[in-house]
Design a protein. Structure first.
Length: 195
């Protein structure tokens, strides 16, 4: 298991079968998170302290490669089919630059797109069925869609109002998404339904 250890600028390796700390991977300033791609046996890190993402093969961290992104990376999502990594960036209070999400092409090991979003990002996920990334925006509560096959802008913005999500399509050619949000009284969880 890989655990981001932000205060130590490292990722800790834990043997979860024995519940034992193994060692640390140093040199990852302000590392905020770790994403593992089981399909590609890759590990990604979001290094907020230097505006980079790190990538290495599982078990071979000596091959760590860092790629500069457009902001301070937080959440990560990966499209293993196209080798696109999305970094949902955050900003610092004194930074006037707009908040972005960055698309990294792992074949070329370069930043290929830096897309401005409405405000601070929180989490992100890749949806292989719809071939897109969804990025959660904190205020106002929104879900931003970025298409993986043509990641040059925001495809749509979804806004929560009264438990139902409305979608504003930014570019032509995207289908309208309908969302419904409700609480599960039995498990105290938030459910999101795609309709």
């Amino acid at each position: 298991m890989y655990v981001a250890h932000t205060s130590n600028d490292s990722v800790d390796l834990i043997d979860s079968s024995k519940d034992v700390y193994v060692r640390s991977i140093p040199g990852l300033p302000g590392v905020a998170g770790v994403l593992v791609s089981n399909e590609m046996s890759l590990v990604f890190t979001s290094n907020r302290g230097e505006k980079t993402v790190g990538v290495f093969h599982h078990g071979r961290d000596e091959g760590l490669h860092k790629i500069r992104v457009g902001g301070y990376p937080n959440g990560l999502a990966f499209d293993s089919k196209r080798h696109h990594l999305l970094a949902a960036n955050v900003s610092r209070q004194d930074d006037p630059a707009p908040i972005t999400v960055s698309i990294v092409d792992l074949h070329k090991r370069i930043l290929t797109s830096d897309i401005v979003v409405p405000s601070r990002t929180r989490w992100t996920v890749y949806d292989p069925e719809n071939d897109c990334f969804y990025v959660n925006i904190s205020k106002p509560s929104q879900i931003v869609r970025v298409d993986s096959d043509d990641p040059d802008g925001v495809g749509s913005i979804s806004t929560w109002r009264g438990g139902v999500c409305s979608v504003r399509v930014i570019r032509a050619g995207y289908s309208r998404l309908n969302w419904k949000r409700e609480k599960c009284p039995r498990h105290h969880r938030l459910l999101v339904h795609l309709m």
